[in-house]
Design a protein around this ligand. Structure first.
Ligand SMILES: [Zn+2]
Length: 407
């Protein structure tokens, strides 16, 4: 399927059958309710200008106040509970993950076990029970060269085509592919665009629609539109990292995270769909500190019409906030399936989040954060109570450090 075409997923609505472990995680999950207002405001021009690189320019608002005043003009509409005679509004759940590297040690372990689904088995229920499951692929998938070896310092992430079997088992419907590793070639070189084009083909063959990539800029910035229970969701993905993988008018690649590109893409997507979801690959690696590019980008995406923004790339959990008007931005979910259990013993690269967004019709009703811990360098499981609480504290700490917000 070509991005931009309507792709109805006839997935039956499945009620969550929560395990005891999941119940614990849910009890700890940070729930950000966004039920107050539909986000159908007309696009507005950005109200703040990018500050100098070195110094935050805008005065810090009080910590408890809405942090980005520009969006405060969105009209708040009181929630109206449907009357018993009203037509039932469908409840729709979307589950998002952090970064996935199916190459390197993850592939080696799955191959040796003879089970490509092994990395996903402990959280399969959460992903499979969602109406839509959306991942973030921080690698390329191609047989053009031998796969990247299991080595901590090998930074070129190429996975063989068979890894899509695991993603398919896990229930992924969409995969953000506008990431810095989308043209990685493994130990060999010279595959130019081949690994990206192969990634698109292999994902689609497994029934997973790649987001944010294409044979040219127009394809890469076209929304993937999926209709669920009559609600049209448009998905866009962009990468701010590694301009070498960006698509051009004529060359294959990923959608660039440039304001003139992403704002136009969001507006066009909003005209075609009820809900716009944006998946940016952005921010600095290995830190919870949110950058100006992320903070300003989030504001612009929301103003252009995004209801939900779920970022990745930092390999570290970052803040989650609700904007005036009801849009929710999660700056980064950390790692999900990744082999970054480093010998220095730091934990943040083996901790992450799944984000479950619940919609009632086209209205975002709430967001839950489900903390995960990556075990044995390849397999995420729901974190235990103490660790889950610590991960959620890291999320809150990250948000307090967001540029433009009072500390
Ligand atoms: Zn990345």
């Amino acid at each position: 399927m070509v991005p931009g075409l309507l792709s109805p997923l006839h997935k039956s609505e499945v009620r969550l059958s929560v395990s005891a472990q999941l119940k614990i995680a849910r009890a700890l999950a940070l729930c950000l309710c966004a039920a107050c207002a539909p986000v159908h405001a007309e696009p507005k021009p950005p109200a703040i200008t990018p500050p100098p690189e070195t110094k935050p320019a805008s005065p810090a608002p009080p910590p408890s106040s809405p942090t980005i005043p520009a969006a405060a003009t969105a009209t708040a509409v009181p929630t109206v509970e449907p009357t018993p005679t009203a037509t039932a509004v469908p409840e729709i759940t979307l589950v998002f993950t952090g970064d996935i590297n199916p190459a390197r040690c993850v592939y080696t372990i799955a191959r040796d076990a003879g089970d490509m689904a092994l990395p996903y088995r402990a959280v399969g229920e959460v992903l499979q029970s969602a109406d839509l499951a959306i991942g973030s692929l921080d690698a390329s998938i191609s047989d053009v060269n031998p796969p990247s070896p299991c080595a901590e310092f090998h930074r070129n992430l190429l996975a063989p085509s068979e890894v899509v079997q695991g993603m398919q088992w896990a229930g992924f419907d969409l995969m953000a592919a506008a990431t810095n590793h989308i043209k990685d070639c493994g130990l060999g070189r010279g595959c130019v665009h081949d690994s990206l084009l192969d990634t698109i083909a292999h994902l689609r063959a497994a029934g997973i629609e790649p987001v944010g990539v294409g044979r040219n800029l127009a394809e890469a910035t076209a929304p993937v539109i999926v209709e669920v229970h009559g609600v049209r969701f448009a998905f866009l993905a962009f990468t701010a990292i590694n301009g070498e993988v960006w698509a051009t008018e004529t060359a294959p690649g990923a959608a660039p995270f440039l304001p003139e590109v992403y704002m136009d893409a969001v507006r066009r997507a909003r005209a075609q769909a009820d809900v716009v979801v944006v998946l940016p690959h952005w921010g600095r690696e290995f830190t919870g500190q949110i950058t100006w590019e992320q903070a300003l980008g989030a504001q612009r995406l929301v103003e252009a019409g995004a209801t939900l923004v779920v970022g990745n790339n930092p390999h570290h959990v970052q803040g989650v906030e609700t904007f005036p008007g009801g849009a929710v931005v999660a700056y980064a979910l950390g790692n999900f399936v990744f082999d970054q259990e480093w010998s220095d013993g730091t934990l943040y690269t083996i901790q992450g989040l799944m984000l479950r967004a619940t919609f009632r019709g086209a209205q975002l009703h709430g967001v839950e954060l489900l903390p995960v811990r990556i075990h044995d360098n390849f397999q995420p499981r729901l974190a235990g109570p103490e660790e889950a609480a610590q991960i959620l504290r890291d999320v809150e700490e990250s948000l307090r450090s967001r540029p433009g917000r009072g500390k």
